[in-house]
Design a protein around this ligand. Sequence first.
Ligand SMILES: Nc1ncnc2c1ncn2[C@@H]1O[C@H](COP(=O)(O)OP(=O)(O)O)[C@@H](O)[C@H]1O
Ligand SMILES: [Mg+2]
Length: 232
Amino acid sequence: MPSLESGVTLALRNRFPWHGFDPGRVALIHRGWFANAIIFRYRDQAYDLAIKDFSHSPPLIRETLGRFFIAREHRILQHLKGVPGIAPGSCRLSDTMLAYPYVEGESLAALRRRGARLPATFFQALEKTVRAMHLRGIVHLDLRNLGNILCGIERRPYLIDFQSALRIDRATRRLQALLRAADLSGVYKSWLALCDEPLALHKRRFLERFNQVRRLWPLRGYPLAGRLGRLS
Ligand SMILES: Nc1ncnc2c1ncn2[C@@H]1O[C@H](COP(=O)(O)OP(=O)(O)O)[C@@H](O)[C@H]1O
Ligand SMILES: [Mg+2]
């Protein structure tokens, strides 16, 4: 049976036929629960890539969610090209495999696990990236998960994992505010988890209000977005 690594190498060779890809340079870096993709890293002197691969998921997942997530993440990353702190584009290796530049560093989830701390400037830069993404009409929607924010070796923030991201330019203003608030709540949540400097009072209040509305949301649904009008 071919190894997981050889599938990635084959896809890379098909996409970049002029380069000699070596299966020995593929490393598995993350394996989520069964419906999630496997994340590989391919590194040699010319390429350093993270590769999201659904090709080994159960066929039903691969052919539905897998294809859908890869197509969506690729589309969104193309739309966000040029936003600092977001991978400068992505490359579709197949219907179920996507490659983007590897970010040398660690996720905030890993930093939190080992008790590391980050300066306020990191989170200010993170908020700037999130607001720049919002200006392009995109919300990420999974930033409360600290595995989706990376800290590069030069201590700059990077957003990854746009498979639940959405274009919101056609949504109502209230819904847009609610969805943007969900992203900002992830920024402030990560500040509280990893920074010794205090979060500004108005941002703490924003987070408290968001958390309250979030708790009620499944019960009352979208109309609660009204209370969030004040959050934007
Ligand atoms: N471009 C990248 N550079 C460095 N590490 C990455 C990159 N993409 C993913 N990773 C690593 O893989 C993990 C899971 O990736 P992610 O895209 O969030 O997949 P999932 O859909 O399983 O959450 C991240 O937390 C990070 O550690
Ligand atoms: Mg993720």
